[in-house]
Design a protein around this ligand. Structure first.
Ligand code: SF4
Length: 285
């Protein structure tokens, strides 16, 4: 039996200037997200504050922007000469786990952008479709990304409960990489050990095939500041991520606000050790 079709909404516009350096435009062709992350999800908080959604359950029942492709047909010529790349998505996820209706629309949008030589930059906690290997339909310049902040099933079940299992996400990304396409990983929001203790090097090694790694701190949750040494923690591991990437020729980007320059200048280097997959955290004062 097929899936029940998702509710529809109509928008007046779709493309918008993003103001970030890694994609000049963005679009959100879905409202809500079935993955239901509990970090919490910034997009959900924002929509709730604006009164666009009622609660978590409402957020986890995505609505499709039914006129997304018509809007693109109108807006692409309007921005001609200005758009190089479009980010999918800042406020939702383009490849929702086991939601074919969302995934099909996202593929059509990527195809439409690529037809006008506009690169798409994706980020998902779902699965990148095999169809993206079809160079005739999709360009070869897209950048495909996944979020990978933990390899643990416990972490997944607690914080990304309805997203794709992390190993499936990585496998699908590796398939694109092996076909010569550009791939990247977002390690954001990276947890402090009081939120989730884990071995960061194991994650880095597992995703070391990618072209770029983005590292960023855990946000919008008082839990990190209850971890006394969180500034040092992020300073130390930002350095470790940079070091790891430089040694393997991987591009690296540390998200704004992750490195605390004051703390960095004021302390002696932190000492850490890794034992049995747990991260032990100590300082040399
Ligand atoms: S996948 Fe992204 S948009 Fe979806 S709930 Fe998680 S953080 Fe929010």
């Amino acid at each position: 039996m097929g899936q029940k079709s998702l509710p529809k909404i109509y928008r007046k516009s779709l493309l918008y200037k993003s103001g970030v350096e890694y994609a000049d435009f963005g679009l959100n062709h879905i409202e809500g997200c079935v993955h239901g992350c509990t970090y919490p999800c910034y997009a959900m908080m924002l929509k709730k504050r604006c009164g666009q959604i009622k609660d978590y359950e409402d957020w986890c029942t995505p609505k499709i922007v039914a006129n997304a492709l018509e809007l693109l047909d109108k807006e692409i010529p309007k921005y001609k000469g200005e758009i190089n790349s479009v980010y999918l998505c800042f406020s939702t996820d383009p490849f929702m786990y086991r939601l074919e209706e969302v995934n099909k629309l996202s593929l059509k949008i990527i195809e439409r952008l690529n037809r006008d030589n506009i690169k798409s930059v994706t980020i998902t906690k779902g699965i990148h479709s095999k169809e993206l290997l079809d160079y005739k339909r999709y360009g070869e310049n897209n950048e495909y990304g996944i979020t990978a902040v933990s390899l643990s099933k416990d972490f997944h079940d607690r914080y990304e409960p309805f997203s794709a299992p992390i190993r499936e996400r990585i496998k699908a990304l590796k398939r694109l990489h092996d076909a010569g396409l550009k791939t990247w990983v977002s390690m954001e929001p990276y947890p402090t050990p009081n939120i989730f203790a884990q071995n960061i090097y194991e994650i880095l090694e597992t995703v070391s095939f990618v072209d770029k790694i983005v590292f960023g701190k855990w946000n919008y949750n008082g839990l990190i500041s209850s971890f006394k040494d969180y500034k040092s923690f992020y300073n130390y591991f930002s350095n470790e991520v940079i070091d790891f990437c430089q040694k393997r020729n991987i591009n690296v980007h540390i998200k704004e606000g992750t490195i605390d320059l004051e703390e960095y200048a004021s302390r002696s280097p932190a000492k850490y050790s890794v034992r049995d997959g747990d991260l032990l955290f100590k300082f040399a004062y």
